[in-house]
Design a binder for this molecule. Structure first.
Ligand SMILES: [Zn+2]
Ligand SMILES: [Zn+2]
Length: 95
């Protein structure tokens, strides 16, 4: 996936690391890199928000970040539905 813009770090690389970023398990330098990328790259930010929402919802539902896969899938599905409903004004890049 790419938004067509020229970034220091490739989008695919950011999306690979974003899970670790959410868990705050990255070194500061890398965290800055990702944060900067998310600020200038809407598609990646979008992806990041979804993951963050899932984590938050899972945490609230279970009080435990290690939720059952089924619950996580259900929340993800729901978030995707919400996204489709609200993304009519979003420009989706085709690669
Ligand atoms: Zn990106
Ligand atoms: Zn981008």
């Amino acid at each position: 996936m790419s938004c067509g813009e020229d970034h220091n770090v490739d989008c695919s690389e950011i999306l690979e690391r974003v899970y670790v970023f959410i868990d705050n398990e990255l070194e500061d330098a890398t965290t800055d890199e990702i944060r900067q990328h998310l600020e200038e790259c809407a598609p990646c930010l979008d992806q990041y928000d979804i993951e963050r929402c899932v984590k938050k919802l899972v945490h609230r539902s279970c009080g435990d970040e290690h939720a059952p896969d089924a619950l996580r899938q259900r929340i993800l599905l729901r978030l995707t539905e919400i996204r489709i409903e609200t993304s009519t004004t979003t420009i989706i890049s085709t690669d």
